[in-house]
Design a protein around this ligand. Structure first.
Ligand code: MN
Length: 502
């Protein structure tokens, strides 16, 4: 169990009213769950205080932490929603009910999985905080899974792996994803878990020694090149992620170069590129392994420079270079953004780097080619600043407050696969996201069973069906509404080709 002091200690910079709110929710939940026990026989309140602690630890604000304390009170001990609203207000009730709704979705195998995932994604289009509470709830449940009856463990593990870990990934929450994956792995695939663990421990000692040697060499090099304030560390690949990669590489561990990676953190983006140059100068890099995720972040916002080099003593090592802000984003993801305002206003410690959020907004942040705008965007987009105003304005509906997902739409194929597109995407974007051949042959589209024009905007949860025809060809007017780079590139190529034939 976490004491209220432990939770409050993690809420650095929170206003006094915020702390009072969390204290009130703490007492309320402790009382509401006083006769309620976990499988382990421990008081149920342990789970609630731990969930709240995890939320405070990743920087969530007082309302989210309070909702974390109350998240099982409607479902498990029959507290009336009206009571929560009266005691804690509409916003906290909204969060608690959101978590309760998500909790009712249970994984029951492949078909249900898709349906659940779909509901989950659509439901969370409303408020990312609901999902973050659910993730911390699940994280604590996974940490204590050993007490749950065996027949339940596998189902919970599978659900965690296929739904929650993948959502943590989508939200850019690298640390949470990794822990959820590795905790589930053990229960879902016990034999594979054991084998992978053995393989990793055999390998990691030699690799870590190698990284240490490289670190020493690089330190000297950095000093000579007046690169200051750098930090290094090494990270061992997560077990589940190693297992998945082994599957892709025919089980051959020799083909996996990032079992352990050397991380170098330097203050600025310019430093990152200088360090990349130094590393590639000292160690021979492998071809096609230099990745610039700063200029081209991964879809979930991940940023870093990667290079894979020969360490000179027979090994091959991945080096990851980033700023401390990029590092924080890679580990905390959306949690580094959704509640920046409360922290920011009080301590001025957060903010600064909103590029990840911007990357979810089509066409934002990549318009300018000047290096300065490209590498260090300074101002937040206006919709994001508006979120901050909501904090001061109780009249504003809070559901819009963290509506980051409104910049993406999640739609479905007729068989239930999820396709993630920028807001205002069209059936044409959808078709190209499935396959370029389908995009090039689009003839018509149905959304939720009805024929629609090709420039229709898709919405969360739409089921999209593309009709193709062998003789159909991309049209230049599609460029007026196609949103994704992928679709636009294919359309242009097809039009160019058409010209050549004339
Ligand atoms: Mn719970």
């Amino acid at each position: 169990m976490r004491s209220i002091q432990e939770i409050v200690a993690k809420m650095s910079g929170a206003p006094r009213e915020g702390i009072a709110l969390v204290e009130k929710a703490y007492t309320f939940a402790e009382d509401a769950h006083k006769d309620h026990k976990r499988f382990s026989g421990d008081p149920y309140f342990d789970h609630l205080s731990e969930t709240a602690y995890l939320l405070a630890d990743i920087g969530m604000s007082s309302k989210t932490i309070a909702a974390g304390l109350l998240h099982d009170s409607i479902e498990d001990v029959g507290i009336a929603p009206e009571t929560i609203e009266r005691e804690f207000g509409k916003e906290i009730l909204f969060l608690v009910e959101g978590v309760t709704k998500l909790g009712r979705l249970k994984y029951r195998g492949a078909e249900r999985h898709r349906e659940s995932l779909r509901k989950l994604l659509v439901a969370t289009g409303k408020d990312a905080r609901v999902l973050i509470i659910k993730l911390m709830d699940r994280l604590h449940n996974m940490r204590t899974l050993a007490h749950v009856p065996e027949e339940k463990r596998k189902r919970i593990g599978l659900e965690t792996l296929e739904i929650y870990a993948s959502i943590a990934h989508r939200l850019g929450m690298g640390l949470v994803r990794r822990e959820l994956e590795d905790l589930s792995f053990e229960h879902v695939l016990p034999n594979e878990y054991r084998d992978t663990k053995k393989l990793l421990s055999e390998r990691s000692k030699a690799t870590l020694d190698r990284l240490q040697k490289m670190t020493n060499t690089l330190r000297k090099e950095f000093a000579q090149n007046s690169i200051k304030n750098f930090q290094t560390d090494s990270r061992i690949k997560g077990l589940y992620s190693l297992y998945r990669k082994l599957q892709r590489k025919d089980g051959d561990i020799e083909k996996i170069y990032d079992i352990a990676a050397l991380r170098i953190m330097v203050p600025t983006v310019e430093d990152c590129y200088r360090v990349l140059g130094l590393v590639n100068n000292i160690y021979q890099p492998l071809p096609n392994k230099i990745k610039d995720y700063i200029a081209f972040p991964k879809p979930n916002g991940y940023k870093s420079l990667h290079t894979t080099v020969f360490s000179g003593d027979g090994g091959i090592v991945e080096v990851q270079i980033r700023t401390p802000e990029m590092h924080e984003e890679a580990e905390r993801g959306i949690a580094a953004h959704v509640e920046y305002k409360e922290e920011d206003a009080k301590t001025g410690s957060r903010g600064g780097s909103f590029d990840w959020v911007k990357s979810l907004i089509p066409g934002f942040g990549r318009k300018s080619n000047t290096p300065q705008t490209r590498y260090s965007p300074s101002s937040a987009p206006s919709w994001l600043s508006d979120l901050g105003d909501a904090e001061e304005d109780p009249e504003l509906e809070t559901s819009i407050k963290t509506d980051i997902f409104s910049r993406r739409v999640f739609v479905f194929t007729p068989t239930g696969d999820v396709v993630d597109l920028p807001a205002e995407s069209s059936p044409v974007d959808f078709a190209y996201a499935i396959h370029s051949d389908i995009g090039d042959r689009v003839f018509g589209a149905k959304v939720n069973g009805k024929m629609v024009p090709l420039d229709t905007h898709l919405h969360n949860g739409d089921i999209v069906e593309i009709q193709t025809k062998k003789t159909a060809k991309p049209k230049s007017k599609w460029l007026d509404f196609a949103k994704t780079t992928l679709a636009r590139r294919h359309i242009r190529q097809a039009i160019e080709k058409e010209k050549d034939f004339r």
